[in-house]
Design a protein around this ligand. Structure first.
Ligand code: A3P
Length: 318
């Protein structure tokens, strides 16, 4: 490691000893940094991302709150932006999970040593992040790159995350109960939470700079996918031509990236993600309103009330 990197590692280890910590839903450690909660093992990646990522003019940054549709939007943006390079029959998504093709800065690229070399990353460079808007690297804000953000109804996000965390929990540890996880979610204690801070940061940015930040909701994409495939293509600078539209390209891409198609691909059923996580963990139900099967009316009312209060005056509702 270079001297600078070693110094930074020391600095982060030192910082970690000073941060407030709680046990995360999966049994690992969650620490509070710059006003939000972050898995301690990801903090290193995040700080290195903040300090060393150099955005380029045509980069596409996909920012998401965990369990809000990251895997789906990765597939959509990758497919839209690379459609002149690969036909759908030849898509790299047939053999690699979208999470590999569009790596996460804070959770993959900058987590490992040494610092990643990204200058030659295939163009257009598409990177993902869960980092909150105020904590993004300056170069993302100052360059001309585009940010696409997706969020989701916090009740569905909660259930999705609880199910996910149960699957990736520390081996041989007690599974966290839904009540305990819910209590923590209501206090904002989950990876990259509080969710209301996360969505508000990107929501405000999208209002201030609509050409720079596109704010999407999972439910809208589910309901009117073709409309959003077109909107995404326009926003990232790869609009569909009239001919493409006539040929049904928009619909083809929408179907190709759909939950039914993606979750049934062999790579996503049985493949592994960096030999640590099975890809099927990212495909559970893919539906809207599944929270009704898990939350009691008093739980849902409680979280809805918190979200309503936190978002009041912003113009954003779920
Ligand atoms: P559920 O757990 O509710 O099923 P992320 O990718 O941000 O981790 O989010 C995961 C959620 O997105 C999971 O929700 C997963 O099933 C859903 N998902 C994954 N791929 C999808 C797709 N192509 N279309 C719709 N939802 C998808």
């Amino acid at each position: 490691l270079g001297e600078k990197e070693a110094e930074l590692s020391d600095e982060i280890e030192q910082l970690l000893t000073t941060l407030p910590k709680v046990k995360n839903w999966n049994g690992l450690e969650l620490c509070q940094y710059q006003g939000f909660w972050c898995g301690s093992r990801y903090l290193r990646g995040m700080i290195k991302f903040q300090r060393h990522f150099e955005a380029q003019h045509n980069d596409i940054i996909l920012a998401t709150f965990p369990k809000c549709g990251t895997t789906w939007l990765k597939a959509l943006i990758f497919t839209i932006a690379n459609r002149s390079k690969y036909s759908l029959d030849n898509s790299p998504l047939l053999s690699q999970c979208s999470r590999e093709l569009v790596p996460s800065c804070d959770q993959d690229l900058f987590m490992r040593d040494p610092l990643p070399v990204l200058e030659d990353f295939p163009k257009p460079r598409i990177f993902a992040t869960h980092t909150l808007y105020p904590s993004l690297p300056k170069s993302i804000k100052n360059s001309n790159c585009r940010i696409v953000y997706i969020c989701r109804n916090p009740l569905d996000q909660f259930v999705s995350n609880w199910k996910f965390m149960l699957r990736i929990r520390v081996p041989n540890t007690e599974p966290i109960s839904i009540d305990e996880a819910f209590e923590m979610a209501c206090q904002g204690k989950q990876s990259f939470g509080p969710i209301w801070e996360h969505v508000l940061g990107y929501w405000k940015a999208s209002k201030e700079e609509p050409h720079k930040v596109l704010f999407l909701k999972y439910e809208d994409l589910k309901e009117n996918n073709k409309f959003y495939v077109k909107q995404l293509a326009d926003f990232i600078g790869y609009p569909f031509t009239e001919d493409e539209e006539k040929q049904g390209k928009v619909e083809e891409i929408s179907k190709f990236c759909s939950f039914d198609n993606m979750s049934n691909l062999e790579v996503n059923k049985n493949g592994e993600y960096f030999k640590e996580i099975k890809n099927d963990i990212f495909f559970r139900k893919g539906s809207v309103g599944d929270w009704k099967n898990y939350l009691t009316p008093s739980m849902s009312e409680h979280l809805e009330k918190i979200i309503e209060e936190k978002l009041s005056g912003s113009g954003l509702t779920f």
